[in-house]
Design a protein around this ligand. Structure first.
Ligand code: HEC
Length: 124
């Protein structure tokens, strides 16, 4: 019985992979992240001083790239695989993840970065 269940769920996973679900997976997988709280934090930290960000007020500066499609990009800052844990680390301390990057560390906590990452993945 147990074996039947296991193989049935393996089949489901295969079906999900085959239908392309896996590609969208990171978007919904920020454990403990709340996109709406993230949006408010992004507003509060004034990320829009350097970025155009949908649903966030600010000057929509262009020192950094537009974050309009951040949820579907394959890489963060052109070189880091776009996955939740990488996003959280990048947001907290960009130069530690990508030496020489022009995005500064803004003193964001792990919890805050988690919510912001959830919001980033809602942009697509
Ligand atoms: C002083 C300007 C500045 C501020 C403020 C800033 N960023 Fe950035 N950000 C940048 C720059 C410049 C890059 C490009 C980094 C690179 O490619 O090395 C970047 C890159 C990024 C990326 C990756 C974009 C991509 O296309 O791959 C994300 C995500 C991001 N920033 C989110 C944020 C968030 C969230 C905040 C607020 C907490 C923020 N940034 C604040 C300048 C800024």
């Amino acid at each position: 019985m147990l074996r039947t269940c296991l193989s049935a769920s393996a089949l489901l996973v295969c079906a999900a992979l085959a239908s392309g679900c896996a590609r969208d997976e990171p978007a919904s997988r920020v454990v403990g992240g709340n996109p709406e709280r993230g949006r408010l934090l992004v507003q509060q930290y004034q990320c829009a001083a350097c970025h155009f960000i949908p649903e966030v007020q600010g000057v929509g500066g262009d020192a950094g790239p537009s974050l309009e499609y951040m949820g579907r990009l394959s890489y963060i800052a052109g070189s880091i695989p776009n996955q939740p844990e990488n996003m959280i680390r990048f947001l907290q301390n960009p130069p530690a993840v990508k030496p020489g990057t022009l995005m500064p560390a803004l003193g964001i906590t792990n919890d805050e970065a988690r919510h912001m990452a959830a919001f980033m993945y809602s942009l697509k």
